[in-house]
Design a protein around this ligand. Structure first.
Ligand code: FBP
Length: 334
């Protein structure tokens, strides 16, 4: 990890040529706004207990999760930052049942942002790592802007996450590789420390909630059993690493290799039940992984080929090292 002195803003400027000309300025403005929201969120995480902002807000969100006070606060912070950017036409957020339309950014170059303001909420009250996940799609000047979020994952212009751990790290792609920045808490600036991240072809760790094993597809179960078998040549057994926050688990996987998996609940084989949300969890992580030379699969196909038809649609994901994900898919086919 090197400290290059290159700021996120300068780096975004350098990506302009890779983006459709009309959207380059708004992509830079929105990522900058989300970075600003991230600085506020990372600060509030440190003070949440002192501000009485731990614990539940009461009620569930549209996907049935218990909503934490910081989920609501995080959502409102993201909404305010995106409105102020005047570059966002609509926001699809985990914490809002319908898209939040934003007249401020409804111009031709306005973007539709999909966001999980606080990912890993179950870690909030226990001091674990959490994150923010975002994805940017062209708004095409439509009003309402929300429907611009729907469609396959390849329509994403940009995707990223902010990891709130010992350090605060922002990782993004604008279709030209995946790059990581560390927050300099003194200046409040994100500085390039992980240029052009490359996922190792194969890893030594796997991440999955083993507690769900009885509901997995038989191929999924056989693959995880395979990872536990002793075989020096293939580096097995792999070690289990699972933090409870997708951002933290995917970040480790992009750096060290290996595979993170949240497969569908197949208790009713005819009605697979995935957990993670396509627009603001699965699709952005899939784009980041592919842009870093990795792979992201549903088990039976490419995550980025999954077409979103609903805002809070769910999808399975196996993401990480290309060879590990390919082998997992092979087990699904057997
Ligand atoms: P939210 O916290 O945003 O709802 O995210 C879902 C999530 O917490 C992921 O970050 C994580 O990978 C997964 O759910 C953990 O699920 P489980 O508790 O079922 O293992």
């Amino acid at each position: 990890m090197t400290q290059s002195g290159v700021t996120l803003q300068t780096h975004l400027e350098g990506r302009r040529a890779k983006l459709p000309a009309e959207y380059a300025p708004t992509v830079a403005a929105v990522v900058d706004a989300l970075a600003g929201a991230g600085v506020q969120i990372e600060r509030e995480l440190a003070y949440a207990a002192l501000h009485g902002r731990l614990g539940v807000a009461g009620g569930n969100n549209v996907t049935g999760d218990t909503v934490k006070k910081l989920d609501v606060w995080g959502h409102e912070t993201v909404v305010a930052a995106l409105r102020a950017s005047r570059a966002c036409a609509a926001l699809v957020s985990e914490e809002a049942p319908e898209p939040v339309e934003m007249a401020e950014g409804a111009g031709q170059a306005g973007l539709v942002v999909c966001c999980d303001p606080v990912d890993g909420s179950s870690n909030l009250d226990v001091g674990g790592s959490v994150g923010t996940i975002f994805s940017l799609r062209p708004g095409r000047g439509r009003t309402p802007g929300g429907p611009g979020a729907l469609g396959p994952g390849d329509q994403q212009l940009c995707a990223g996450y902010i990891l709130y751990g010992p350090a605060t790290i922002l990782v993004y792609t604008a279709g030209d590789g995946t790059h990581g920045f560390t927050l300099d808490r003194d200046s409040g600036k994100f500085l390039l420390t992980l240029p052009d991240m490359r996922v190792p072809a194969r890893g030594k760790t796997y991440g999955i909630n083993e507690g769900n094993a009885l509901t997995w597809h038989p191929g999924q179960r056989a693959y995880v059993e395979h990872l536990k078998q002793k075989d020096k040549a293939s580096g097995r057994p792999y070690s289990l690493r699972y933090s409870g926050a997708m951002v933290a688990d995917v970040h480790r996987t992009l750096l060290d290799g290996g595979i993170f998996m949240y497969p569908s609940d197949m208790a009713e084989p005819a009605k697979p039940k995935p957990k993670l949300r396509l627009l603001y969890e699965v699709a952005p992580m899939a784009l980041l992984a592919e842009q870093a030379g990795g792979r992201a699969s549903t088990g039976t196909g490419r995550c980025l080929d999954v077409v979103a038809t609903e805002y809070h649609q769910r999808a399975p994901i196996l993401v990480g090292s290309a060879e590990d994900v390919a082998l997992a898919e092979d087990f699904y086919r057997r």
